[in-house]
Design a protein around this ligand. Sequence first.
Ligand SMILES: NC(=O)c1ccc[n+]([C@@H]2O[C@H](COP(=O)([O-])OP(=O)(O)OC[C@H]3O[C@@H](n4cnc5c(N)ncnc54)[C@H](OP(=O)(O)O)[C@@H]3O)[C@@H](O)[C@H]2O)c1
Length: 241
Amino acid sequence: MIDFTGRTVLVAGGSSGIGLGIARCFEAAGALVHITGTRAGSGDYAGTDLGGLVFHQLDVAEAGAAASLSSELGAVDVVVPSVGTVAYGGAEYEIETFRHVIDVNLNGVMEHCTAFRPQLTESGQGSVVVIGSTSSFIATPGQPAYSASKGALVTLTKSLATAWAKHGIRVNGVAPGFVNTKLTARSHDDPDVYEATIDRIPMRRWGEPAEMGNAALFLASSMASYITGQMLLVDGGITLM
Ligand SMILES: NC(=O)c1ccc[n+]([C@@H]2O[C@H](COP(=O)([O-])OP(=O)(O)OC[C@H]3O[C@@H](n4cnc5c(N)ncnc54)[C@H](OP(=O)(O)O)[C@@H]3O)[C@@H](O)[C@H]2O)c1
């Protein structure tokens, strides 16, 4: 049984989708869970239950946003930077959009990792779980910025894991396959696109946010005490062929 009672977890991007699924897994394991989202307050997410989670507004486009949240919070044992964005319709071939996606998905993650490094060191059992993607490993021609940002997270994870092992901090990642969220609604809700994705997944279904949460919970827990620098694919087998 994984028990996070008495420990504090920050899930950046926990207002929605995979981040929210991860937040709920840590909450169920007994943790105090802080989450962030871009809107002003938790009441601005109509139809989404954020009860029991401590909400903070944070947009990584604002310089120093993660650093200022870090100085606001006390002890933090686990950081899961799940913030992410994507652009469709070829927009990621335009340099401004390319920069924006890299900024949120890569620079935003690094900002969270560095901002909370002191608390993670203080924890003695500090752990970071970044959120990669199958696009960390395979070409995504429609989304070159998304794929580049997610690929970079693989080596960022290895670099931080190596650098911060001496601080007692483990750094790993979960790389989800398709999960129905705001980010992927466009593919999920188009019957032709959805069927095409199912045809590529050996397990013949999309994943659930809780399945990503369970993987993150494991990686952050003492069950994974000798695992660092790894990006764990949780994708129903889509990258196997
Ligand atoms: N869904 C999938 O199939 C899939 C597959 C592989 C990887 N992922 C990754 O999983 C992570 C979560 O994505 P999701 O699918 O759960 O999407 P989502 O439901 O859209 O959640 C994205 C989260 O990031 C936050 N966010 C977006 N832009 C931000 C910004 N500029 N500053 C701060 N926070 C920002 C959102 O806040 P608001 O709620 O306020 O918008 C939300 O909390 C991402 O890193 C994504 O790349 C998703």
